[in-house]
Design a binder for this molecule. Structure first.
Ligand code: 2M8
Length: 420
């Protein structure tokens, strides 16, 4: 495995811009929130100081409200749209105005457990920021119970079918004309549609016109949906933050309270008709009625059950490589279109953490073998066709390299402590 290990480390070094790491050159030329947390996890296998630096740089751009933005525009780059001038957040360095899945506390815990001697002081410095971000999630985004998103980009699973019912209510017809950049880097057939982009930009324009005020966006924004994926990631991250806080000698009752309240909200995203957790339009109460990988992240938070597992196995057994991002038996399934069907190594890694937590080593092994096969066949791509393994999206991808070093490329003997 040494050659692929070397290649994965080279990718992290190549995408390193000094304190932060690009997801991939060209397509994503800035620092992204959850990509950065995974990058830190990857760095922790060979450069622990660099791992903590990555998390420091991410948290340094936290807003006064506690929100941690989804993109930090450290240096101008005309290769990405929408850039800082479209977001207009007035932050320094410039940032976007929305957030992304809060995996940072979970990654910080794994990194710290891999080397507590180096990590304790770094973790102590990060702790207040993580606490404020989680408080923001609880107070602002969990006011309806489950975690709410105000833009599909916040979910990290941008164009998955989960958001179709909410997107249908967004009017993208009046957006200021713009030129996309993503479709000049990768095959446009693998990216969201023009109609999707018009609506994404309409939501950005709403936020900018509202001065990125949380209350206005939550009450009047064009899109508000409960995200099962973030709900489970946040629940898991609350638990990890409580473990960290306790170890550092802090009173963690507030965090335990957030976790307790969030767990109590899980029945509101259980869709009996779908027989699974489901996204929900918080403006209308309607369920999305479509199964996606966000629902399976329930394993991360010890919230899976036999009915959900039956759905997981149906979906997984319908493809050949990894867990697909959307249901292969649904009409909306597209095996190469971004989050509407492809398998994502990074999501497989999160699911694997969940399987291990639930004691399901059988599922974890199968998923590791299939993810490893994809990377061995084709390299460190952003995502893959789960039917025939075709590599899709960007190449030399940071989080794919990171999860190779921490999980997909490991055997139980070579795994980092706490990860296998
Ligand atoms: C993708 O999202 C960005 C917008 O945030 C884009 O398509 O321009 C998603 O896969 C997201 O989860 C990821 O963090 C980002 C960078 O890898 O790319």
């Amino acid at each position: 495995m040494s050659t692929l290990d070397d290649r994965a480390r080279q990718i992290l070094r190549k995408n390193d811009r000094g304190g932060y790491t690009l997801p991939t050159h060209g397509l994503y030329p800035y620092q992204w929130n959850w990509d950065s947390a995974f990058a830190a996890w990857g760095f922790s296998t060979f450069d622990i100081v660099r791992a903590w630096d990555e998390l420091d740089t991410l948290m340094a751009s936290q807003w006064d409200s506690g929100m941690v933005p989804h993109i930090i525009f450290h240096r101008p780059d005309p290769g990405y749209f929408p850039g800082p001038e479209i977001w207009g957040t007035g932050q320094e360095p410039a940032t976007s105005g929305i957030t992304q899945p809060p995996v940072a506390a979970t990654m910080a815990r794994l990194i710290w457990e891999s080397d507590p001697a180096t990590g304790s002081a770094r973790l102590e410095a990060l702790y207040p920021g993580l606490l404020n971000w989680h408080r923001w999630w609880h107070e602002v985004r969990c006011s309806h119970g489950p975690a709410a998103i105000t833009h599909p980009w916040e979910s990290g699973r941008d164009n998955c079918p989960d958001w179709d019912i909410g997107m249908a209510d967004v009017d993208g017809s009046g957006v200021t004309p713009y030129t996309r950049r993503d479709t000049s880097h990768v095959d446009p057939a693998m990216r969201p549609t023009k109609q999707d982009y018009d609506r994404y930009i309409a939501m950005v324009e709403f936020g900018r016109n509202a001065g990125w005020d949380d209350t206005t966006i939550m009450r009047q924004g064009p899109f508000l949906m409960a995200d099962p994926g973030i709900t489970f990631i946040l629940l898991r991250a609350h638990q990890d933050l409580a473990v960290i806080g306790r170890a550092l000698g802090h009173d963690v009752r507030e965090i335990e309270g957030w976790a307790h309240t969030l767990r109590a909200a899980l029945p509101s995203i259980w869709n009996d008709r779908l027989k699974a957790y489901d996204a929900r339009n918080l403006r209308t109460g309607a369920f999305a009625n479509v199964l996606g990988s966000g629902a399976f992240l329930a394993y991360l938070a010890n919230a899976a059950n036999p009915t959900l597992e039956a759905q997981l196995m149906r979906v997984w057994n319908a493809v050949n490589y990894g867990i697909p991002s959307a249901d292969p038996q649904a009409a909306s399934f597209d095996p190469r279109k971004y989050w509407r069907g492809p398998t994502w190594p990074v999501i497989n890694a999160l699911l694997a953490i969940g399987f291990k937590t639930a004691g399901r080593h059988d599922l974890e092994r199968r998923l590791r073998d299939e993810t490893q096969t994809l990377i061995r066949k084709h390299g460190f791509y952003e995502y893959f066709d789960p039917l025939d393994a075709t590599p899709c999206g960007g190449s030399d991808f940071t989080w794919t390299a990171a999860i190779w070093l921490t999980w997909a490329g490991r055997t139980p003997e070579t795994a980092q402590k706490g990860t296998a």
